[in-house]
Design a binder for this molecule. Structure first.
Ligand SMILES: *[C@@H]1O[C@H](CO)[C@@H](O)[C@H](O)[C@H]1NC(C)=O
Ligand SMILES: *[C@@H]1O[C@H](CO)[C@@H](O)[C@H](O)[C@H]1NC(C)=O
Ligand SMILES: *[C@@H]1O[C@H](CO)[C@@H](O)[C@H](O)[C@H]1NC(C)=O
Length: 446
C-alpha cells in the first residue's frame, strides 16, 4: 500500500503481487514500485504541465520500422555473404522526445574550442557522425549550431590511403569514397529515408570535463537526411573498430553502461569504463555476433503476470535477438509475439480493447478508467537472468485515451528479434564487451 500526493490530490495505490500498478497521469516512485504516466484527457492530472502527449508517435513508429527493416536487411546481407587503465566517465542521457526523436541522447563536446552537440545513443551502429558546415548538399534543422570544422584548431580530414578509411567498409556497410584531394568519404544508410554522407575526420571529443578523447574518428556529414529529430547526429556504440567503444578501448576496456529514463523530465546516464557496478546487476553472456557489430543475446523465456508463456525455444533460436538502444519498440518472432499478446489480453480482460495503432495491435481504451493494473512482464535471458520490465516498458500511451502493449511482431520468423529502448527504460544496462557479458540491473534511473 502506498500513497502519493500530487498537486494536492492524493492517490492511493494497492499492491497486487505479480502486478504493477499504474496511476493515470502521474509519474514517480512509491514503495519501490515505479509508476508510469498514462495520459488521460479527463483524468485528475490533465493540467499537469509535465503531461504532454508524445509528439508524432506515428512518425516515431514509422521511423522505427524503417530502422528495423534496415537491421534485418543488414543481417541478411551479412549472413548471406557469410560472413587498461580503468577510468570512468559519466554523461547524462535524456529522452530525445523533446527533440522529436524516439531515441535517447547525450551531449558531448567536439573540437577546439569544444562545441556542444547532442547526439543519439546508438548501440546498433558504429561510426559517430555529426552534421558539418558548410553542409555541401544538405543539413536538416538541428537544435544546436552545426559543427564548423574550420573553426576547430584540432580538426583534420582522414586520407583515402589510411587504414582508418578502409575500416569504413565494416563500420558502415558501404565502401568508402575518395575525393580528388584524397579526402576519405563515408556513407551510412539507416533505413528507407535516413542517411548521412561526408568526410571521415578526426577531432578532439570531450565526453566530460575531465575526459577527452584526442583524435576521435567521426563522420563530418555534408549530406544528411532522415528522421534524426533535431539532434546533431549519432554516437555509435557497436562492436566495430570505429565505434566509440573500440576507439576508447585503451582507456575504458570496452566496458560501458547506461540507463534510459522513463520520462523526458528525468535524466539517465551513459557511463564509460568499469564503474563500481551495482550488486543488483546480473550478467547474461552475449550470443555469437554472427560476424556483425550487433550485440546478440539469448531470450530463454517471457513471463506475463507471473506466468511463463509457452513458447518453443526454437522460436527465439531461429534468428536470435539483438539488444539495440536505437530501436524503440521490441520486435519478437511472430510465434512468440502472438502468445504474449493473447496472454496479455486475457489478463487485461476487464479493460475494453481498442483498435490497433500502427504496428501496435494489443491496445486498450482507458477513457473511462482512472487507474489500471497491468500484469508484470519479465524476460529470462541466457544464464537464467530474469529482467522485470518497468511499467513504462510494458505499455505505451498512443493518445489521450488509448494504451498499447509496447511490443510488435516481426513479419518473418527468420528476422532477428530486437530488444528495444522502450523495454530498457529505467534499467541499468551494462556492456562488458571484452568480457562477453551483458548485465541488467533494476532501478538504474527513473
Ligand atoms: C577537408 O576536406 C574537404 C573536401 O576536400 C575540404 O573542403 C576541407 O577544406 C578539408 N578540411 C581540412 C581541415 O583540411
Ligand atoms: C520445438 O520446435 C522444434 C522445431 O520446430 C521441434 O522439433 C520440437 O519438437 C518442438 N518442441 C516442442 C516441445 O514442441
Ligand atoms: C486513439 O487511438 C486509437 C487507436 O488507434 C483510436 O481508435 C482512437 O480513436 C484514438 N483516440 C483519440 C482520442 O485520438
Amino acid at each position: 500500500m502506498g500513497n502519493l500526493s500530487k498537486n494536492g490530490t492524493t492517490f492511493s495505490c494497492v499492491y497486487i503481487p505479480s502486478k504493477v500498478l499504474i496511476f493515470m497521469c502521474v509519474s514517480g516512485h512509491t514503495n519501490g514500485e515505479s509508476i508510469v504516466k498514462v495520459f488521460h484527457r479527463h483524468g485528475p492530472c490533465f493540467r499537469d504541465k509535465t503531461v504532454t502527449l508524445a509528439p508524432s508517435l506515428t512518425e516515431v513508429i514509422a521511423h522505427d520500422q524503417s530502422r528495423v527493416d534496415s537491421i534485418h536487411a543488414r543481417l541478411t546481407r551479412k549472413l548471406n555473404t557469410n560472413k587498461l587503465k580503468q577510468h570512468e566517465a559519466n554523461v547524462p542521457v535524456k529522452s530525445g522526445r523533446t527533440l522529436n526523436s524516439g531515441n535517447y541522447v547525450v551531449t558531448v563536446g567536439l573540437g577546439t574550442p569544444a562545441r556542444t552537440l547532442t547526439l543519439v545513443l546508438d548501440t546498433g551502429s558504429d561510426l559517430t557522425w555529426t552534421q558539418c558546415q558548410p553542409c555541401i548538399r544538405s543539413c536538416y534543422k538541428q537544435q544546436e549550431p552545426i559543427f564548423n570544422p574550420s573553426a576547430s584548431s584540432s580538426y583534420s580530414n582522414i586520407s583515402c590511403n589510411s587504414a582508418q578509411c578502409s575500416q569504413l567498409a565494416s563500420a558502415t556497410g558501404n565502401k568508402p569514397g575518395c575525393l580528388s584531394d584524397s579526402t576519405c568519404l563515408y556513407l551510412i544508410q539507416y533505413g528507407d529515408q535516413s542517411f548521412t554522407i561526408g568526410y571521415l575526420s578526426k577531432d578532439k571529443l570531450t565526453i566530460s570535463a575531465d575526459l577527452v578523447v584526442p583524435n576521435f574518428l567521426f563522420g563530418c556529414g555534408q549530406d544528411n537526411q532522415g528522421l534524426f529529430g533535431s539532434t546533431a547526429g549519432l554516437i555509435g556504440l557497436g562492436r566495430d573498430a570505429l565505434s566509440l567503444v573500440s576507439q576508447t578501448a585503451p582507456q575504458f576496456g570496452k566496458y560501458f553502461s547506461y540507463c534510459l529514463p522513463s520520462v523526458s523530465s528525468s535524466t539517465g546516464y551513459l557511463s564509460l569504463g568499469k564503474s563500481a557496478a551495482s550488486n543488483n546487476v546480473h550478467f547474461t553472456p552475449f550470443a555469437g555476433s554472427q560476424g556483425t557489430s550487433f550485440y546478440f543475446i539469448d531470450i530463454i523465456a517471457i513471463t506475463v503476470g507471473g506466468r511463463q508463456l509457452s513458447i518453443n525455444q526454437s522460436v527465439f533460436k531461429t534468428a536470435g535477438t539483438i539488444i539495440d538502444s536505437g530501436t524503440v519498440i521490441t520486435r519478437l518472432p511472430p510465434g512468440a509475439y502472438s502468445v504474449m499478446s493473447s496472454v496479455f489480453k486475457q489478463q487485461m480482460a476487464k479493460y475494453p480493447s481498442a483498435p490497433s495503432y500502427s504496428i501496435l495491435d494489443t491496445c486498450f481504451d482507458l477513457s473511462s478508467i482512472t487507474t489500471v493494473t497491468i500484469p508484470k512482464v519479465a524476460f529470462t535471458f541466457g544464464g537464467n537472468v530474469v529482467v522485470d520490465l518497468a511499467p513504462s516498458g510494458i505499455l505505451i500511451a498512443v493518445n489521450s485515451s488509448t494504451v498499447c502493449l509496447a511490443f510488435a511482431a516481426n513479419n518473418d520468423p527468420t528476422d532477428v528479434g530486437i530488444f528495444g529502448n522502450t523495454q530498457q527504460k529505467t534499467l541499468e544496462v551494462v556492456y562488458d564487451v571484452a568480457g562477453g557479458n551483458l548485465g541488467f540491473g533494476p532501478a538504474g534511473c527513473r
